[in-house]
Structures are given as C-alpha cells and as structure tokens.
Design a protein around this ligand. Structure first.
Ligand code: AMP
Length: 221
C-alpha cells in the first residue's frame, strides 16, 4: 500500500502513523522528522531549515521535494510507503505523483485525519518528548510519573521549539492556506481511495477506524 497521511498539525498523524506501520509493516517517512534530523546535524542546510520551522512556516518546496525524493528513492518500495507530513503543497503533490508514477508505483490511498482548532492547540502545546529515548508525553493526557522527567530513562523532557502557542497558530494558517488545497487536488485527480477519519476521537478509536478503512481497501485490490 502506498499512502499519504494528511491532517492539521496536532491531529495525531505521527501517533497513528507509528501504529499503522506496526500493523501493516510499510516504510514510514515523516517529513517533519527528516527535516528535524537535518537540522540537528548542524549542517548549513539544517540552519536554513530552522528559520522556517521555528517561524511555523513551510520550508520551500524545492528544498523539501529534493530531500523527500531522495528518502523515497532510498526506501524499500516493496514494503509499501506511508508518507506523513508530505506533501503539504499542491506543487509537492505534483512532484510526488511524477516520481511515483515514473517508478510504476503510484499513490493508492489518501488518509485525512481531521481535528477541531481547540483540540489542536491543547494537544500541541502540551506535547513533550524525551530527547534521549524519544518517548512521547502530554502534560495532561499522557503525563510522566515524575513531572518533567522521562519514565523510561529519567531524562528531562523537552518541548519542540515550534510547539508554542504563537507558532502553532502560524502552522495552522499554513495548513489552511497551503495544505488543505492538496486534499482537493487529490479528490479531483481521481484513481485514489480517499479516507477521512475524525481525529477528535480517542487515539485508539482513530486507529480502529483507520485499520478498518485500510483493510477494506486491501480486500478490494
Ligand atoms: P511536522 O513535524 O510535520 O509538524 O513538521 C514540522 C515543520 O517542518 C513544519 O511546521 C514545517 O516548517 C516543516 N515541514 C515538515 N514537512 C514539510 C513539508 N512537506 N513542506 C514544507 N515544510 C515542511
């Protein structure tokens, strides 16, 4: 299965992507994770990325398309592909279509996880993670046993630089202006299974809805 996972920041794409990969075993490529890794490497490109990311702006298409095209080409296409956070503009979607079609492995499913603006802000601003082992927390929904410390390795939990309220509202603006049109692009393009799930539901219910929709798709191909 080749899937694009879309939805506003904080809809739960990262959480659901991990669960779908456990269930179906495809390659998972998160553009946000790939860009953060480049940034953490301290490279010149990484420093350039930081300026956009910290301001809640999208990284320019030509940079993201090049980085993601390489990650996709390096991946194991036989296992299937779950793209999370990419594409985020119509231009990125067109570049992705061209690459996958050239490889004879076109996109099959577009999943949209919806979420209401109030839920988004609460979810994102409460997000924390462990810089050592990567475990994810939320100050309200998944609090650690000891405030601010990782349950698994005791490290001090951190908040992503772009998970603060002013930046979240910029990220939402970018989603509405630049990413929502991608959903319409895919609807019009046809030949794709479109799946929409309600991301305001508890995470386990969202996973159940997704698994049901994807299994139904598999049964028909
Ligand atoms: P995410 O972890 O998906 O919320 O992404 C964090 C930040 O990385 C975004 O706010 C953007 O600045 C940047 N980013 C991630 N994916 C893309 C993309 N496909 N196009 C442009 N910028 C991106």
């Amino acid at each position: 299965m080749r899937i694009v996972l879309m939805g506003p920041p904080g809809a739960g794409k990262g959480t659901q992507a991990k669960r779908l990969v456990e269930r179906f075993g495809m390659d998972h490529l998160s553009s946000g994770d790939i860009l953060r890794a480049e940034r953490a490497s301290g490279s010149k490109l990484g420093r350039q990325l930081a300026g956009y990311m910290d301001a809640g702006k999208l990284v320019p298409d030509e940079i993201v398309v090049e980085i993601m095209a390489k990650a996709i080409a390096d991946g194991n296409a036989q296992r299937g592909l779950l793209l999370d956070g990419f594409p985020r503009t119509v231009m990125q979607a067109q570049a992705l279509d061209r690459q996958l079609e050239r490889a004879g492995k076109p996109l099959e499913v577009v999943v949209v996880i919806t979420a209401s603006p109030g839920a988004i802000v609460e979810r994102i601003t409460g997000r924390r993670s462990c810089p050592k082992c990567g475990k994810a927390y939320h100050v309200k929904f998944i609090p650690p046993d000891r405030k601010g410390l990782c349950d698994s390795c005791g490290a001090k939990l951190v908040q992503r630089d772009d998970d603060t309220e002013p930046v979240v509202s910029k990220r939402l603006d970018a989603y509405i202006a630049q990413t929502r049109p991608v959903i319409e692009y895919y609807r019009r393009r046809g030949k794709l299974k479109m799946v929409e799930v309600d991301g305001d539901k508890p995470p386990d219910d969202v996973t159940a809805d997704l698994v049901e929709a994807l299994q139904a798709f598999c049964a028909h191909v």
